[in-house]
Design a protein around this ligand. Structure first.
Ligand code: ARG
Length: 464
């Protein structure tokens, strides 16, 4: 007879699990991170079993007190996690029975590790989404605050990374804020589908015990019990959806990172990052490297990788639970850690950005950024836009030849290209005139930036 088969499922086995197979199939190395949520779920399950009469008051009390004691042990560092006990569920259950004796074995009535793990991940992910959303909010607050301070700071706006038209730095920062706003909304939407309770699906078909899933759902703060037991234990689409939202956030952070890296270079020289977010070089004494944004940009790749892993993990799985799903945890956990770390670094760093107004303005003066303003001016004077485009093209070529900006040409020089040009042209050719003229909802005029800041602040305030 087998002496060493698993105590929790070894009844029908005649030999012990191969030692390597035991380690290979175990998940305790990484799923122990779920202990608090596993215990939270078990307490709710035991409480429900008591309410429907499956456990007596005394049994339920012993189990709940025992689970709380196990949790305290884990938090005090007094838990010996065992590979032989495979996963967090069986480790906790064994610790419980060691503590309270045979009554602990009743906890698993009307439940399976399949609905248990589906519940644990949802409880855990729900908390993580809330923490991530708080970090996004903090980053948005810092971004909006900087936008307010820099509402009329002029910089070149780019398309194709070529100087296009002047914009305000505040407006640029509010573009970041819009990306983050959608990221926040996406996570809130994802949270609704995470917040559904699988417990009661048991292994796959439900249970013969008279459970009341509404009670458990309410105890755990879930919106509702899931509709279908087979679906409940099998699909991990909610984790994929989260990782997809996380990939979009990392994509946005990597775009911001790229801009920060460019802007801190001597070639752009638009901003300075405080020393605490940078490192030096061991060989080149002059270097101050923007490591934090570079690393965030680099970490984006691993989150995309986790999204691909999870999609591939789920594809072709027949209903209902398959062991494949144990592989959902490491990609999900690393996505969470990477995202939280990146957001935290950004939320700390963005408000500390120092804008270098002089170099930003000089750069905006260099690339003929007000050429479109001259074309628009000619349109107002009666020239069709396409013809105005042609006239301005010639003026720019002339100015390039002379090595000056359009605003530095005198009236007579400008009039060679079109005699409708008059003294008032110089109001539109200045950087300030150019940005102030884009004075509509969503435009870059400083006045509009301040209005947009107020709207962004109101949206954040409405979250609490
Ligand atoms: N460790 C498993 C997982 O992460 C828990 C569920 C296992 N269920 C089973 N019947 N083997 O998916």
């Amino acid at each position: 007879m087998a002496e060493q088969t698993n105590v929790q499922w070894g009844g029908r086995f005649s030999e012990a699990t191969d030692e390597f197979v035991q380690a290979f199939t175990a998940s305790i190395q990484f799923d122990q991170r779920l202990y608090a949520h596993d215990i939270q779920g078990s307490i709710a399950h035991a409480t429900m079993l008591n309410k429907v009469g499956v456990l007596t008051d005394d049994e339920a009390k012993q189990i709940v007190d025992g689970l709380n004691a196990v949790k305290a042990d884990i938090e005090a560092g007094n838990m010996q996690w065992s590979i032989a006990l495979e996963d967090v569920h069986m480790n906790v259950e064994k610790a419980l029975t060691d503590k309270i004796g045979v009554v602990g074995k009743k906890l698993h009535t009307g439940r399976s590790r399949n609905d248990q793990i589906a519940t644990d991940i949802r409880l855990y992910l729900r908390d993580e989404i809330d923490a991530i959303c708080a970090e996004i909010t903090r980053l948005q607050q810092g971004t909006i605050g900087l936008a307010k301070a820099e509402y009329d700071t002029i910089m070149p706006g780019f398309t194709h990374l070529q100087t296009a038209q002047p914009v305000t730095f505040g407006h640029h920062l509010l573009a970041w804020n819009e990306m983050l706003e959608r990221d926040f909304q996406r996570l809130q939407d994802c949270r609704k589908r995470v917040n559904q309770m699988p417990l009661g699906a048991a292994a796959l078909a439900g249970t013969t015990f008279p459970i009341d899933r509404a009670i458990t759902a309410e105890l755990l703060g879930f919106e509702a019990p899931t509709e279908n037991s087979l679906d409940s234990v099998s699909d991990r689409d909610f984790a994929i959806e989260f990782t997809s939202a996380a990939s979009l956030i990392m994509m946005h952070l990597s775009r911001m990172s790229e801009e920060l890296v460019l802007w801190t270079s001597a070639q752009f020289d638009f901003i300075e990052l405080p020393d605490r977010f940078c490192t030096g070089s061991s060989i080149m004494p002059q270097k101050k490297n923007p490591d934090v944004p570079e690393l965030v940009r680099g970490k984006t790749g691993r989150v995309y990788g986790h999204l691909t892993s999870l999609l591939t993990l789920m594809k072709s799985q027949p209903l209902a639970y398959n062991k494949d799903n144990q592989e959902d945890k490491e990609p999900l956990f690393d996505t969470i850690d990477t995202l939280r770390g990146s957001l935290r670094a950004f939320a700390d760093m963005v408000p500390a950005i120092i804008a270098k107004k002089g170099p930003m303005r000089d750069a905006a003066l260099k690339g003929y950024a007000t050429a479109t303003d001259l074309a628009d001016y000619l349109v107002v004077k009666g020239l069709p836009f396409r013809d105005a485009h042609e006239v301005v093209g010639k003026s720019v070529a002339y100015a390039i030849d002379k090595g000056v900006d359009l605003s530095e040409l005198d009236l007579a020089e400008l009039q060679q290209f079109d005699d409708r040009i008059a003294e008032d042209v110089f109001e539109v050719l200045t950087l300030e005139g150019s940005v102030a003229a884009r004075d509509h909802f969503g435009g870059t005029a400083p006045k509009q930036v301040l209005a947009a800041v107020a709207r962004a602040e109101a949206r954040i305030a409405a979250r609490h």
